[in-house]
Design a protein around this ligand. Structure first.
Ligand code: HMG
Ligand code: MG
Length: 296
């Protein structure tokens, strides 16, 4: 496993969108700057969603504008054309649309059915293509839904294929509530890779049940090469009750370096970035690696 593995850092978005303690725009910008300084080259920095739905992401325009002065690729979520327009006004070059493989989560998260969400994304993707803006596609609840329970693999393949066929350059498979286990991850990736190149599938695993690293390793063995993670293991979705954070970037980096994959990430700088945010939030990071290094 010596080929390149790309990490998409989602801490400033997924990591902070569910925090009860609001993190100011200035502190979010400082977090992004620290992540870039640590060597992360792709960072999701905000979301252009309804401020009533997710107040934590207000000011994403200012965060994005500041991020775009840094080297790297910066992503933002957009749920509809209104979000797309605001993201573009702030200079977005990469946007992410987010669908669900399950109806219950789609309704709770974006207040529409899966089919309706696709209809909303069509004009967003068409406009992005006309503007030469890249569009990433998320599919949530790929290994289970907090409302509907088991999610059929075919429902994931259908949603992922639809977004791919519409023109998304990469499909990120979200285990939103962190219930997956390695064999299921393998089956899911194999099924999706029949329609979408494995190189264009990302693994976005929350760590609620402590399975995320094992699931990532299984996915790497299947040939997947893109990992979404959040510094310190921050995160959770306000519309996925009980779900905890994304797999921690530090834990991913430690594992990758340990198996001979060079990440180009400076662990000390990354841990410092995480510790700064943890101080703002008033609680220690959940990352095992961060805690081990902090205890040294
Ligand atoms: P709605 O209420 O059905 O939308 O919400 P609407 O079009 O009827 O608009 C209602 C109000 O929202 C209006 O304002 C709109 O202007 C405003 P009002 O007239 O009441 O003052 N509005 C907006 N404002 C700012 N930006 C926008 C926007 N759109 C409408 N883009 C909507 C539908 C999708 C907007 C709402 O449900 C929403 O914003 N949801 C976002 C939920 C969210 O951000 N969830 C977390 C991210 S997804 C995630 O975490 C999963 C992921 O990590 C992968 C994984 O882990 O699986 C990606
Ligand atoms: Mg997520």
């Amino acid at each position: 496993m010596t080929d390149t593995i790309r990490i998409v850092e989602v801490g400033p978005r997924d990591g902070l969108q569910n925090e009860k303690t609001p993190v100011s725009v200035a502190d979010r910008v400082a977090f992004v700057e620290a992540l870039v300084a640590a060597g992360l080259t792709t960072v999701e920095v905000g979301a252009f969603v309804s401020p009533k739905a997710v107040p934590q992401m207000q000011g994403s325009d200012e965060v994005l504008r500041a991020a775009l002065k840094l080297p790297g690729e910066f992503h933002v979520l957009v749920p509809n054309e209104k979000g797309y327009e605001a993201a573009r006004a702030a200079g977005a070059q990469v946007v992410a649309v987010f669908a669900s493989a399950s109806e219950g989560f789609s309704r709770a998260n974006i207040n529409c059915s899966v089919a309706e969400s696709i209809e909303r994304f069509k004009p967003v993707i068409a406009r992005a293509q006309a503007d030469s803006v890249k569009v990433r596609g998320y599919v949530s609840c790929v290994l289970g839904c907090p409302f509907d329970g088991e999610v059929p693999v075919q429902a994931v393949v259908d949603a992922a294929t639809t977004l791919w066929d519409l023109g998304c350059y990469e499909i990120s498979l979200g285990d939103t509530i962190g219930v997956g286990t390695p064999r299921k991850v393998r089956e899911l990736l194999r099924a999706c890779a029949e329609a979408i190149p494995m190189a264009s599938l990302a693994m976005h695993f929350h760590d609620t049940y402590g399975q995320a690293l094992a699931n990532l390793y299984a996915g790497l063995e299947e040939g997947a090469r893109v990992i979404d993670s959040a510094a310190g293991g921050l995160g959770g979705c306000p519309y996925a009750p009980g779900a905890t954070g994304n797999v921690a970037t530090e834990d991913v980096v430690y594992m990758l370096e340990g198996i001979g994959v060079s990440t180009g990430i400076d662990m000390d700088k990354l841990v410092a970035a995480t510790n700064s945010v943890a101080a703002l939030l008033g609680r220690p990071p959940v990352s095992r690696v961060v805690n081990a290094l902090n205890a040294k």
